[in-house]
Design a protein around this ligand. Sequence first.
Ligand SMILES: NC(=O)c1ccc[n+]([C@@H]2O[C@H](COP(=O)([O-])OP(=O)(O)OC[C@H]3O[C@@H](n4cnc5c(N)ncnc54)[C@H](O)[C@@H]3O)[C@@H](O)[C@H]2O)c1
Ligand SMILES: N[C@@H](CC=O)C(=O)O
Length: 498
Amino acid sequence: MTTLSTTLAKRLTDPRLFRQYAYVNGKWTHGEGGREEAVYDPATNEAIGHIPLLEAKQITAAVDAAEAAFVHWRALRADERCERLLAWYDLIQANREDLATIMTLEQGKPLPDARGEVEYGASFVRWFAEEGKRTYGETIPSHIPNASLGTIKEPVGIATMITPWNFPLAMITRKAAAALAAGCPVIVKPANETPFSALALAELAERAGIPAGIFNVVLGDPAEVSKILCGEPRIRALSFTGSTRVGRLLIEQSANTVKRLSLELGGNAPFIVGPDMDPKQAAYAAIDAKFQTAGQDCLAANRILVHESIHDAFVEHFSERMLALTVGNGLQGEIDLGPLIHRQAVEKAAAIVDDAISKGATVIGGDQSQAPGENFFMPVMLTGVTPRMKVWREENFAPVAGITAYSSDDEVIEMANDTEYGLAAYIYTHDIRRIWKLMRALEYGMVSVNSVKMTGPPVPFGGVKQSGLGREGGATGIDEYLETKYYCLGALGSVSGS
Ligand SMILES: NC(=O)c1ccc[n+]([C@@H]2O[C@H](COP(=O)([O-])OP(=O)(O)OC[C@H]3O[C@@H](n4cnc5c(N)ncnc54)[C@H](O)[C@@H]3O)[C@@H](O)[C@H]2O)c1
Ligand SMILES: N[C@@H](CC=O)C(=O)O
């Protein structure tokens, strides 16, 4: 196992936040079979550390630990769990700079974006710390003589979380904080590309007084680990964020143990621009909605649908702004776009662009000879995109924007809904009738009107169709980790009715 005296550790104010072990039952753990995997900085392709690949029995040991710890955690009062979560929140905030450095090194996003994600991730911890105190049951007017009826909310049990590399911290906290606040122990399996953010969260959870066995981070071969977690009957809930392809697989693997599933899967967001919009303003908003995290965002505006009357002006402003975006190592200076996560992502983006060109799209940008390294992809705008092209059908997860013109509201509704995905959609117009018509007709879990920013702790985040199941965050996010127990208290003498 590599020692802590690596480049990454040296960059941190608190080197103990950089851990190259799994975290099970409050202990930093090696892989018993001696298997390990390197983690690379996508900007330089240099190894920044190693992680152990745990053996099957070590994953089961995490479940044993969570099962034992559950008894005490669920018995705490909600306000006691709240205090520990708030302590975790404070520690995340206090270590924001180190957490952002770890994230930029393993994920590649520019440092200011990484700081933003730490803040965003922390905000879910604070939100759910408070929400845990409001998991109310209800009383039910009785239809049974001399009985009182009602419900109470109880933690579902051990919850496991399988998370992606594009938001290595916030995708964990949005799930884990809800589960912990509900009284559930958690077992997190982060993406192997970005494990160090998860492990730093574990270190801070321990310092916050979250007991051993309650927050575990397991590492290993993803397919091997997920089979064990999905097949384990003691794990009652699985929350996954990642691709629709892997989401389908996890549904199958969880069928035998009938788990509670929350799935935040892929997106293919339309960005609709109405004829009344200022083309420059709309183009700049579309740039923000497309190129954040170098396009590796489930909310990325992939298909930009612009009314024909302003299409050409929009395209001019979009390309001028896109060509001014800076691409480089996220640790260095003012950078708009960092690298893609690995070389395969670059190859996939290039194939999507080639496919569109071969089917008649016009390309602007994307001079890959200017890319500052082999995992970088210079942003591309494609116009004249059609439903036959991959850029329309697939989530490209790269800085590739597809633009096309439409002529009527009915046409754009059909175009926008022409996808298996249904996560988020953007509408830009000031016409209230159009807003209402489009918002109601779009088959998406989230619709944002005249705003690129739509997420945050108070809102229910999630998709329809093949973008997923369930909602994270908001007033209902904690319900993903709660069971409703109905009770009937009969034979209560003369008391009847309510
Ligand atoms: N809806 C949302 O909230 C949301 C948020 C972020 C990312 N995403 C989606 O995530 C995807 C990008 O992330 P990704 O590439 O990490 O996704 P991914 O599906 O490849 O991986 C996600 C997680 O699944 C694991 N995994 C990979 N292959 C597996 C297998 N065969 N069996 C079991 N587990 C496996 C990975 O190790 C990782 O932990 C995109 O589709 C994106 O839209 C969705
Ligand atoms: N940007 C999303 C994550 C999707 O990749 C979020 O805000 O949760």
